[in-house]
Ligand binder design. Structure first.
Ligand code: NDP
Ligand SMILES: O=C1O[C@H](COP(=O)(O)O)[C@@H](O)[C@H](O)[C@H]1O
Length: 458
């Protein structure tokens, strides 16, 4: 593939996202693509220098066993710039220091990214610049719209990458293959045959020192507003004619446009909770409100659940529940499709007959399809059986897929501006109901399955 970007500027290179996810993925990508030559400019507020950046690069690259000519070349030529990117002179200095055609990756808190983009209108940008922005994209529908307008004044839409690394996860991409490259699922993929859809992303991780970001986001914005709604769009969209970025992203945006909170009632369709002190395995966690940097009066939720519906002929009335939380007993990440009961069972069959369920695991990547078959022994006794397939890992980490798109200026896996606004439109009324305290903030001990009164999903 033609290389269009030759300089990667990571703004916020001193942060958690950069060292833990972006840089290891970059190392993995360069290990596979030995001919790619990339100049890295790391920008951060910390008092680092080139040597410190190079040390961080080596440590991050070790975690993905990165090696080879492209990796060595990048480390050798990487430079660090200390800058406050909310300061015009500093931003000008960064822009002046860029050579070649850059991708500028904002690994920053969203408010800082927005402030920096406003300054870029004054400094201007090198020709062909690609801008990559992390989620959350704005803080509500209005601010996302304003940010879109601001970005449109900087570069064309196909050079704006609103990053969602879930779209780089191989099982999320597998939803497309499973649905659109087979005869067996798509004819059943509608309200006639599907009872409900659940997408669950439960983590054992707690706050992990990320209060500065997370305490302003919470589980709804951190996970549901972005990753889980994007995943749902892959599950519910109409078949695109091709996997071209225009066809795919148009189909995804149409699905999101049809998505509403279930029954139009933001309070009845959502729940929130926050963890108290507890133990996950042998690890003790303090209560969220006592974590460093947390402002308890913000009432930030660490577990959120939202039921939506997709208001079109295919999906009308099917509840789709998205749930994500931290400090839970078990790590569980899956898309669960529960089918309706068979319309009629011939008299004579007996035994267990649970609903057919298709589970798509997002890590480990796997698929389980449970069906009812004649069991062993008595030929008329029904017995559930599960067909399982381990998908194996994708060739690249999710962030590797994302970076590959950014560096090749291929926006297929990035979120288009209209879709980013739709995701906020879907959750804005829920966030308002929570702010107005219409939905109580419940609690659960760290290491539990969540509040005891919440029915399990899937
Ligand atoms: N961490 C994660 O697991 C994930 C994070 N993200 C997203 O990535 C973004 C960054 O998150 P994360 O890395 O966790 O946050 P961090 O707080 O760890 O890092 C933010 C970085 O921004 C820098 N920064 C802040 N203000 C300025 C400024 N005025 N000028 C220059 N640099 C500045 C910080 O520098 P300094 O420390 O010196 O202040 C730091 O390097 C967020 O939007 C988040 O949603 C997305 C997916 C996963
Ligand atoms: O974006 C985020 O995602 C991670 C979970 O994704 P994973 O790919 O690392 O499993 C989540 O922990 C984090 O809070 C959120 O910001």
């Amino acid at each position: 593939m033609a290389q269009s970007i030759d300089t990667l500027v990571i703004v916020g290179v001193t942060g958690d996202l950069s060292s833990r996810l972006l840089l290891p993925a970059l190392g993995q990508l360069l290990t596979r693509e030995k001919k790619r030559r990339l100049r890295l400019i790391g920008v951060g507020a910390e008092d680092w220098d080139d040597a410190k950046l190079s040390q961080i690069l080596k440590t991050s690259f070790e975690t993905s066993s990165a090696k080879g000519a492209a990796v060595t070349d990048l480390v050798k030529h990487a430079t660090y710039m200390r800058a406050d990117v909310t300061d015009l002179d500093d931003v000008q200095r960064v822009i002046d220091g860029i050579t070649g055609t850059p991708a500028i990756y904002f690994a920053l808190p969203p408010a800082i990214t927005a402030a920096c983009c406003a300054l870029l209108e004054k400094t201007g940008l090198p020709d062909g610049t690609v801008l990559a922005l992390e989620k959350p994209f704005g803080t509500d529908e209005k601010s996302a719209h304003a940010l879109n307008e601001q970005l449109a004044r900087l570069v064309p839409e196909n050079r704006i990458f609103r990053v969602d690394h879930f779209l780089g996860k191989s099982t999320v991409l597998n939803v497309l293959g499973l649905r659109f490259a087979n005869r067996v699922f798509e004819p059943l993929w509608n309200r006639e045959h599907i009872e409900k859809i659940d997408i669950v992303f439960d983590e054992q991780l707690g706050l992990e020192g990320r209060a500065r970001y997370y305490d302003h986001a919470g589980a709804m914005v951190d996970m549901i507003q972005s990753h889980l709604l994007q995943t749902l769009a892959f599950v519910t969209m109409e078949p695109p004619a091709s996997l071209d970025e225009d066809d795919l992203r148009t189909a995804k945006a149409a699905a999101l446009r049809a998505t509403r909170v279930f029954g139009g009632d933001p309070a009845a369709s959502s729940r929130r909770a926050r963890y108290t002190a507890g133990k996950i395995g042998r690890r003790s966690l303090p209560a969220y409100k006592d974590e460093d940097g947390v402002d308890p009066s913000r009432h930030t939720e660490t577990l959120a659940e939202l039921t939506v519906e997709v208001r079109n002929w295919r999906w009308s009335g099917v509840p789709m529940t998205l749930r994500s939380g931290k400090a839970l007993a078990d790590k569980r990440s899956e898309i669960v499709i529960t089918f309706r009961d068979a319309p009629e069972i011939p008299t004579g069959f007996h035994g267990k007959r649970p609903a057919n369920v298709l589970r798509l695991g997002l890590g480990p990547d796997r698929m389980d399809l449970s069906v009812n078959v004649n069991g062993p022994g008595d030929p008329l006794a029904l017995d559930p059986a599960v067909f399982t397939s381990e998908f194996g890992e994708g060739q690249l980490l999710a962030y590797g897929e994302v970076l590959s798109g950014v560096l090749d200026a291929d926006p297929l896996l990035s979120i288009r501006g209209d879709a980013a606004e739709e995701c906020w439109r879907i959750v804005d009324s829920v966030l308002k109901a929570w702010k107005d305290d219409v939905v109580p903030l419940q609690s659960y001990p760290a290491g539990s399955k969540g509040p005891a009164t919440w029915a399990p999903l899937g």
